[in-house]
Ligand binder design. Structure first.
Ligand code: 6GU
Length: 238
């Protein structure tokens, strides 16, 4: 999987993409061949590098008036045209916007099957609608019903959620199959987890978990997951 990110703030991504599981996935492939290329790469492009404005401006006030600034078509279009030919794999275009379809785990699973995602992270009040239209087909994606100052954090959320589903990215200890919302467990919340010590501050771990009875443990976990889902997220069951 190749990720291309088009943003006005590439520095916001650098720490996140270098750290932890994402950084390991991009630099230390778990493939058997020692010299194999990473299964994953991230490429950051600054939209401002494509401005032709003498003051490097990329935004203007909205026609029709109103607050805020609108990202102009030209730098966004030119950035996409410059980045797409950098790799032969076809890019699925995505623009992060609170007006988009809301991201969920099934959309994440679908995106993780693709060879390449090109993600535009907008700032300001939005992006000139004409460039979004001209970039069709393009998927407009939101990460939830709240407003962020820009699409960068939303893009990082999407990249994180997709990356951890790429085969080999998670170690054996981090398997993705049993996650909350994973479609293979029927889209419900995960069960609670416990580790040592057996008693902490007078609170004991549920007895069944130390019984060694794997069928009983499975049944208990399923029951807990369903009870939590009914209690906290009944919408997932309807
Ligand atoms: Cl994708 N962008 C912004 N600015 N705010 C958001 C969002 C995206 N998703 C939820 N809120």
């Amino acid at each position: 999987m190749r990720f291309d990110v088009l943003t006005l703030f590439p520095e916001m991504f650098e720490g996140v993409l270098a750290a932890s599981i994402l950084g390991r996935a991009a630099t230390h492939p778990a493939d058997s061949a020692p010299d194999s290329a990473p299964r994953l790469s991230y490429h950051l492009t600054n939209i401002r590098d494509f401005t032709v404005d003498k003051h490097q401006k990329v935004d203007q006030r909205p026609f029709g008036g109103g607050p805020g600034m609108v990202l102009q078509c030209q730098p966004v279009w030119d950035a996409v045209q410059s980045v797409e030919p950098l790799d032969a794999r076809p890019a699925t275009r995505i623009v992060m916007t609170p007006q988009g379809r809301r991201l969920d785990q099934s959309m994440v699973e679908e995106l993780a099957q693709l060879p390449r995602l090109l993600i535009i992270a907008g700032r300001y009040e939005g992006i000139d609608e004409r460039v979004v239209e001209r970039l069709a087909p393009i998927r407009e994606i939101s990460i939830g019903d709240y407003v962020l100052t820009g699409g960068e954090l939303a893009a990082m959320v999407l990249i994180d959620a997709v990356t951890r589903l790429i085969p080999g990215v998670l170690g054996d200890d981090e398997s993705a199959g049993a996650d909350s919302f994973a479609s293979e467990i029927g889209g419900v919340l995960d069960h609670p987890h416990y580790t040592r010590p057996r008693v902490w501050e007078g609170m004991a771990v549920p007895e069944v978990l130390i019984s060694g009875d794997h069928a009983a443990i499975e049944a208990w976990r399923r029951q807990q997951a369903m009870a939590r889902t009914r209690d906290r997220r009944p919408d997932l069951l309807s």
